[in-house]
Design a protein around this ligand. Structure first.
Ligand code: ADP
Ligand code: MG
Length: 317
């Protein structure tokens, strides 16, 4: 039963591996001279996704969040393992889940080479492995005073969708429909991360909210930052709701956007814009790294905003 299930839903050719699914271990031969970038992310139903996201959405998102970590490191995706606990062997669910999983896997050239399958409350744990040339990984610790702070894409859509779904923010249905896919169809910025090798000084993916994630860069780099709230790129539909404090929180402190936040020297502006083109996503300058520690967000009047919520804490209730 378990082996049928693995054979049907999780076994695909893996030409980039020496040996894929089916033995006690997968065998992988890294490209000579490359460093391996390894990341794991676990997703629990009710906490990281909802049954409303649908199984294909869950398959997509569970791999997307891991690809996003590879992207934030500037790594090229190679292999993944998938450990999954399922309450029941639901064929229709598994078919849709693996369709969502393999669609994004193929789009990013990552191969499923192993995993574990067991009965239990729906939980998905993925380990993704990528490669990066020695010394070129985009670490959190490389930001320097004077760097520009950049983000890719737009921020806030996923958090707005969650706030809408949870009844914390009223949105017109036509607007809600525009942000809801951000919750279960995030796009990992893999090509951008690769294009930023040798250009960005530091990078992180925005999974817990801009302020919290940029805060990790500031901490690791022992610097501070000043951001211009008006410069932060938000989805067009969000503008009509920005007068609501909860909507502003979604932009600055909302999680689950999976955009990249990174820093680079001002001399690299042209190169960063070219990396955005290569990565197929807009890149926007939102502030500056400062010698003075701390994170200040200035409003349109130049005055610092009072920020209450800075990000998603995994141990908050
Ligand atoms: P073992 O008992 O040796 O750990 P398993 O019976 O758990 O092996 O798994 C058999 C094979 O199927 C292994 O190659 C394992 O990596 C693979 N596998 C199990 N579950 C999954 C999954 N959900 N996705 C991909 N491969 C899986
Ligand atoms: Mg096992």
């Amino acid at each position: 039963m378990e082996f049928d299930l693995i054979a049907r839903h999780f076994t695909r050719p893996a030409p980039g591996a020496v040996l894929g699914v089916g033995d006690d271990c997968a065998l992988l031969a890294p490209t000579p001279g490359m460093e391996l970038a390894v990341t794991s992310d676990m997703l629990l139903e009710g906490r990281h996704f909802s049954p409303q996201d649908g199984p294909a959405g869950v398959g997509h998102k569970s791999l997307a969040v891991n690809l996003s970590d590879l992207a934030a490191m500037g790594a090229t995706p190679r292999w993944a393992t998938l450990s999954i606990a399922l309450p029941a062997a639901d064929e229709a669910w598994l078919t849709a889940f693996s369709r969502g999983f393999f669609r994004i896997a193929e789009a990013h050239g990552i191969e499923l080479v192993g995993g574990d399958t067991t009965r239990g409350a729906l939980t998905i744990a993925i380990t993704a492995i990528g490669e990066v040339p020695p010394g070129q990984a985009l670490r959190r610790s490389g930001a320097r005073a004077g760097d520009d702070v950049w983000v890719s894409g737009h921020l806030g859509a996923a958090a707005l969708a969650l706030a809408y779904r949870q009844g914390r923010l009223f949105m017109e249905q036509i607007d809600a429909a525009k942000v809801l896919p951000a919750l279960y169809l995030p796009t990992p910025r893999v090509a951008l991360g690769i294009a930023l090798r040798g250009i960005a000084h530091s990078a992180i993916d925005v999974s817990d909210g801009l302020l919290a994630d940029l805060g990790h860069i500031l901490e690791a780099s022992a610097v501070g930052a000043e951001l211009d709230f008006a410069a932060v790129p938000i989805p067009d539909v969000a503008r009509a709701y920005l007068h609501e404090p909860v909507a502003r929180d979604c932009v600055l402190a909302g999680g689950d956007d999976y955009e990249l936040c990174f820093t680079a020297a001002p001399e690299q502006r042209e190169a960063v814009l070219a990396a955005g083109v290569a990565g197929g996503v807009s890149v926007t300058r939102i502030g500056t790294i400062t010698q003075a520690r701390g994170l200040v967000v200035r409003g349109a009047d130049g005055q610092p905003l009072q920020i209450e919520k800075t990000g998603y804490d995994h141990f908050d209730e």
